[in-house]
Design a protein around this ligand. Structure first.
Ligand code: FDA
Length: 406
């Protein structure tokens, strides 16, 4: 008896895989969606603190990191944030906008999973889970192009189009595996070395020790690092291991990117007084009795101002500091530079930077150029979004376009 055949097999029932399977199914394709986990959409469930930051009201290619910064443009234009918002509204899922255009469910991320499942049902998608794919073989048999052996009761199965949507490496305990990268290697597709991104930064013990007293401090800053256009003006948290909070997670991706260019990594820079002309602000106090620490308390948490000034030995009244000292205070307040020792790794990362090289893929369809019928979508691909709903939008957009062609 010949193995069961499908038009499309999608491996990975996460954000991108479910979107792709639903679309292909709704086009009338016979689709099988495989996941090795017993539960689907785990990453969606825990995202956004359980409310899923499902997209952003303002999305452009500039919100993504990739070796080809233009690659994401096509998919994002063909299935935009507005298309996903329409889908959410069609399912009457209440949502709200938080800061910086981030859209969250009012109630629960579960609603997004249920919506995607309902979309798959509309496309009569069949499911196989838990199911591990043990091997993939290219075949040429009456239009069928791939044969998969699995450890489930599905046994050996065949398909015309194979979509790999198994995600990145972040948070292994949520079921992340290197499966997709191995498939890319099997088919000799280039890979941009994966790295943890949107991840807290670690500081070396000698940098951390003087900051020990600041652990727990949270402040609004603007962060910057080399090769990053502009700055991220968000919250930062000093921890017992280093730096965290949105402003740090955002630049961590750019900091990690520096390695691709074979550059030595550069320090990050933190503006503690974003939006303020520090020189103009300090000028009237330059010859006065106030200490920097007391003045800073207007903008920074008191404890932080105190410890930070002590750290730099700027505790005397300003009048007693030399002109040079005051100039250094101003430049350090506007660009406090720190060299991270590394990141806290995949266990604490939100996404994976790098992945299947976009040069190997069509930006219109996500199909590989070298292997007809083989597609890669979602986080597995070398397209990494900023924090703020951009990574899900990439999953929806890349999944949707692949679903139109697979
Ligand atoms: P995703 O990881 O969603 O799905 C991959 C699927 O493949 C999983 O179901 C997995 O079980 C399956 N799989 C893996 N290996 C397999 C194998 N060997 N065989 C079969 N199946 C396999 N983004 C955002 O935009 N807004 C947010 O609020 C958040 N919040 C957030 C919180 C946390 C804690 C994390 C870790 C991440 C986020 N993200 C996010 C990022 C977002 O979750 C991520 O970018 C998308 O889920 C990626 O979608 P994919 O479908 O590509 O992978």
């Amino acid at each position: 008896m010949k193995p069961a055949a499908f038009d499309v097999i999608v491996i990975g029932a996460g954000a991108a895989g479910m979107m792709c399977a639903a679309q292909a199914g709704q086009r009338g394709r016979r689709v099988l969606l495989i996941d090795h986990a017993a539960k689907i959409g785990e990453r969606i469930r825990i995202s956004g603190g359980g409310r899923c930051n499902f997209t952003n009201s303002k999305v452009g290619a500039e919100n993504f990191l990739s070796q080809n910064p233009h690659f994401a443009r096509s998919a994002l234009a063909r299935y935009s944030q507005f298309d996903f918002i329409k889908l959410v509204e069609r399912y009457q899922i209440a949502y709200h906008e938080k800061t910086l255009g981030q859209l969250f469910c009012d109630d629960s991320a579960r609603q997004i999973i249920d919506m995607l499942r309902a979309e798959c049902d509309l496309g009569k998608v069949q499911w196989a889970q838990p199911c591990n794919v043990q091997s993939i073989e290219q075949i040429d048999d009456d239009g069928l192009r791939f044969q998969l052996s699995t450890d489930s009761d599905r046994g050996t199965i065949r398909c015309q189009s194979l979509v790999i949507a198994s995600g990145g490496l972040a948070i292994p305990k949520l079921g992340a595996t290197p499966f997709g990268y191995k498939v890319a290697e099997q088919f000799k597709l280039p890979i941009i070395a994966p790295k943890p991104a949107l991840v807290p930064l670690a500081l070396a013990p000698e940098t951390l020790a003087p900051l020990e007293a600041l652990a727990g401090a949270s402040l609004n800053v603007a962060t910057h690092c080399e090769d990053q256009p502009g700055e991220f003006r968000e919250g930062m948290l000093i921890t017992h291991r280093g730096l965290s909070g949105p402003a740090i997670l955002q630049i961590s991706s750019y900091w990690q990117m520096q390695e691709y260019a074979n550059n030595k990594k550069q320090p990050i820079s933190i503006d503690l007084l974003p939006g303020l002309d520090a020189a103009a602000w300090i000028a009237p106090h330059r010859h006065g009795k106030s200490t920097l620490n007391s003045l800073l308390a207007e903008f920074l948490p008191k404890r932080f101002a105190q410890e930070w000034c002590a750290l730099h030995n700027w505790t005397k009244p300003l009048a007693e500091h030399s002109r040079r000292d005051v100039d250094t205070m101003i430049s350090t307040l506007k660009a406090w530079t720190l060299m991270p020792a590394g990141t806290l790794g995949y266990a604490k990362a939100e996404v994976t930077l790098g992945g299947v090289d976009t040069n190997a893929l069509s930006s219109k369809t996500m199909e590989t150029k070298a292997i007809p019928g083989l597609y890669f979508i979602g986080e597995l691909v070398d397209v990494t979004g900023w924090l703020g709903g951009y990574n899900f939008q990439w999953a929806w957009s890349s999944g949707w376009v692949a679903g139109q062609y697979a």
